[in-house]
Ligand binder design. Structure first.
Ligand code: 5AD
Length: 355
């Protein structure tokens, strides 16, 4: 199996098509490379989905603006801080603050305030990743200065034509603007993450191979990608008949993770929650395919049923610590351990800044 060699589009497409024994080998070699280069520790981030208010209308997403069935919420500052305290006290090392996309001054100020308070409550020791969509360069800078050091912004697909099949074609959903946002994030100094959905209608294996080359070209530090999963109250529901079977989407997602690990050995790759919507062991299987980050959901339980991006999204246990204990047990079974009390930053980020 090639290791961190320069794979071209056709090599990557071939790898994404392997089955059977070749599939097992691909996943095992990615895990081996991860263990060899990064050690066997898996990092946790406590995920707080702090608001589902969204100004966008992405055709695939259950919390899109036009879905009137969703009860909109904002987790209160106190509740967000209590979740952060729980993460900190239990050694998670860092949190991810995720929300629908909103860029009102009140929202920007609120996130800024939360960042400062989280830093304060943990004596600067809790790491913070943001995942709040496209914002202005000024907002990105402001949040960076207030303590966020990593930012996730999925490109969703790097193919412009496909992008407009899954988003409205208007100013609010501009492909170019999204690319620019990724550029601003990097330029501001964030460890920058991106990702795609796998198994979208109209998406080919070559599109996915192109996505992996895109990540390499823009030199991401982190990646989160998972299977596309249907949601009945979205426009893409009408394309259900075009989809690959769920199992195939799931296996394709594992192959994407494995091949990306071979292409970019020192980035952080998350085992996304959507994998668990298809297979109860989804995220652990992703760790066994080369992922090194898992994001247990620590959003207060009462809000979770209103953050259903797709059907079957696991809403977890009322008892966050029980969820984490189970995860830890499963991760041990595949020979890895959890790296507690660490930020678990992407090695790639520091290496490239050394050059
Ligand atoms: N299936 C899978 N992933 C989805 N997301 C949104 N809707 C879906 C869906 N139907 C993902 C997007 C987004 C992330 C927060 O959730 O990739 O960036």
């Amino acid at each position: 199996m090639p290791k961190n060699t320069l794979l071209n589009l056709s090599d990557i497409s071939s790898l994404l098509k392997v089955n059977g024994e070749e599939f097992d080998k691909l996943l095992a070699s990615a895990k081996q490379l991860r263990d060899e280069k990064l050690g066997n520790q898996i990092y946790l981030r406590g995920l707080i989905e702090f608001s589902n208010v969204c100004s966008k209308d992405c055709y695939y997403c259950g919390i899109r603006k036009s879905n009137k069935q969703v009860q909109r919420y904002n987790v209160s500052d106190d509740e967000v801080l209590a979740s952060c305290r729980l993460a900190f006290d239990n050694g998670l090392g860092s949190v991810v603050l995720q929300s629908g996309e909103c860029s009102s001054p009140a929202f920007v100020t609120r996130v800024d305030r939360l960042l400062k308070k989280i830093k304060q409550l943990s004596g600067n020791r809790l790491g913070i990743t943001l995942s709040c969509g496209e914002q202005s360069p000024e907002t990105y800078r402001r949040w960076f200065e207030s303590g966020a050091h990593r930012y996730l912004l999925r490109i969703e697909t790097s193919n412009r034509d496909l992008y407009y099949k899954i988003h409205p074609n208007d100013k609010k959903h501009s492909f170019e603007h999204r690319l620019e946002a990724l550029y601003y994030l990097k330029y501001t100094g964030y460890q920058t993450g991106s990702g795609v959905m796998i198994g979208l209608p109209f998406q080919t294996t070559e599109h996915l191979a192109g996505d992996l080359l895109f990540f390499k070209n823009i030199d991401i530090d982190m990646c989160g990608m998972g299977p596309y999963v249907e949601h009945e109250n979205t426009p893409l529901e009408g394309c259900r008949h075009l989809l690959r079977p769920k199992k195939e989407r799931f296996e394709l997602a594992l192959k994407m993770i494995a091949v990306l690990r071979l292409m970019m050995y020192d980035i952080n790759i998350a085992a996304s929650t959507a994998l668990d919507a298809i297979d109860v062991f989804g995220r652990v299987k992703a760790v066994a395919a080369g992922a090194n980050v898992v994001m247990p959901n620590i959003t207060p339980a009462k809000y979770r049923s209103n953050y259903l991006l797709y059907e079957n999204k696991p809403i977890g246990n009322n008892d966050v610590l029980a969820d984490i204990a189970l995860l830890e047990q499963r991760i041990k079974v595949i020979g890895n351990e959890i790296g507690y009390n660490q930020w678990g930053d992407a090695k790639h980020f520091f290496k490239k800044n050394e050059r």
